[in-house]
Design a protein around this ligand. Structure first.
Ligand SMILES: [Zn+2]
Length: 420
């Protein structure tokens, strides 16, 4: 039985951070946390130490697996980037052996960065999607994943026939949704409303509802994207109204980006209990825009954070969370008039990376917290020593801003040590 020992950091709510030094976390043989306490006299197989911290694993709720080895290619606008980087990266997944090899690298990279759960897009190819799921299963990874759907305005290598890909997606969902003791989930993944026919969007929504799966898609990521949707659907009020009519606005829908949503749209998203995945690094990298996180939260929208890989260049989720704070500060200080509201605090950033993301993904009864009964998705990290000597109210902030991937010593998913 493995025992973790160190300072336990948890954020049960956006305003609440508990830091408990010298904590003993016992992992049961069923992959769940069996005990959290102080007594390690009977412990065997102890990992950690007085200078280590125990954190819930990070949750990255928006990324693209085929783009794992295309990070950091700067200088392109969103649609140029799609044409020159994203589509060619995905096209390689026509070869399922290639997809398997890249998925192995991807999982290794995610674990090295402390990410224990992802929600990711695949390629337009069913065989590769299946193979990537097999890698996730074998490696003990936790993922919401799905085949990308697009049948309009995309390269011929990607353009699908709606009935065929809906059938393929349904078969993949039947095989993989809730597989591997519930670690794997299926997401119907229409790329964007620009790239999907109404038939494909309605079909994806209906199947997701029928099979109780997730939906993930992109919304209002850039001004040019919003304009393209307007041109394609001139009779629609906007993207959110279109999504609602297609059946795509559900509590299990993860809308990527949402940079250009107004207050009325935020309320509509909140009323449907739909989730927005904030990808601040990607929004800046592709010069899409600055999302108003504070207004989104104030409107009651459920949120999680995404690296946006490879539109986002860095998969390290604390870095993404810092960028979320930076973006909110930029919106505040450059507002006219300058904002007077408080920027999100590091406590909220930790919550958004762990407990808050688990809540938004509907997984809060399984992951995101380190307490008995929860599945043991945990990190043991060894940050710089001085952080523990700070006044306790400064520690979560210092840890968020200074933690590095090379300080991650152990990563557990469902109680199994998976790396790094
Ligand atoms: Zn994306």
């Amino acid at each position: 039985m493995t025992t973790l020992y160190g300072t336990l950091l948890q954020t049960p709510s956006p305003d609440e951070c508990t830091i408990s030094p010298q904590t003993v976390v016992t992992l049961g043989s069923d992959g769940r946390i069996s005990e959290v306490g102080r007594d390690k006299t009977a412990a065997t197989d102890v990992v950690g130490g007085d200078d280590c911290w125990i954190l819930p694993g990070f949750i990255d709720a928006h990324l693209h697996v085929p783009q794992w080895d295309r990070r950091g290619i700067d200088g392109l606008s969103l649609f140029d980037w799609l044409a020159k980087v994203a589509y060619p990266a995905e096209a390689r997944f026509e070869d399922a052996d290639f997809a398997e090899r890249l998925a192995e690298d991807f999982v290794t990279g995610m674990i090295a960065n402390g990410t224990t759960t992802v929600s990711g897009y695949g390629s337009p190819f069913a065989a590769s999607t299946d193979r990537v799921f097999s890698v996730f299963e074998r490696r003990g990874f936790r993922a919401i994943y799905g085949m990308v759907l697009n049948d309009v305005d995309c390269p011929s290598s990607h353009c699908q026939e709606a009935d065929k890909v809906l059938d393929e997606s349904r078969a993949l969902a039947a095989k993989w949704h809730n597989a591997a003791d519930g670690r794997l989930k299926y997401a119907f993944s229409p790329r964007t409303p620009i790239h999907c026919s109404e038939k494909l969007m309605r079909g994806a929504a209906a199947l997701a509802r029928m099979l109780n799966c997730y939906i993930q898609t992109h919304v209002a990521e850039s001004i040019s994207g919003v304009q393209k949707v307007r041109e394609r659907f001139p009779d629609r009020l906007d993207e959110i109204e279109l999504f609602e009519d297609m059946g795509l606005l559900t509590p299990r829908t993860l809308l990527g980006h949402g940079v250009y949503v107004n207050q009325q749209q935020r309320r509509q998203i909140a009323d449907n209990d739909t989730v927005i995945i904030h990808c601040p690094l990607a929004n800046m990298f592709l010069e899409a825009g600055l999302m108003d996180y504070v207004s989104l939260r104030a409107a009651g929208v459920r949120v999680a954070l995404g690296s946006g890989v490879a539109g986002g260049p860095d998969p390290f989720m604390p870095r993404v969370a810092v960028e979320a704070i930076n973006t909110a500060k930029a919106v505040k200080v450059h507002g006219l008039p300058r904002g007077t509201w408080p920027a999100p605090r590091p406590t909220e950033a930790w919550w958004a990376l762990t407990r808050g993301a688990a809540e938004s993904l509907g997984l809060a009864d399984r992951i995101g917290s380190i307490q008995p009964g929860f599945e043991a998705d945990c990190l043991v990290v060894k940050p710089e020593r001085w952080i523990a000597e700070l006044p306790v109210e400064q520690q979560a902030s210092a840890l968020l801003y200074t933690l590095r991937p090379d300080q991650i010593q152990h990563v557990f998913i469902a109680g199994r040590r998976v790396g790094p």
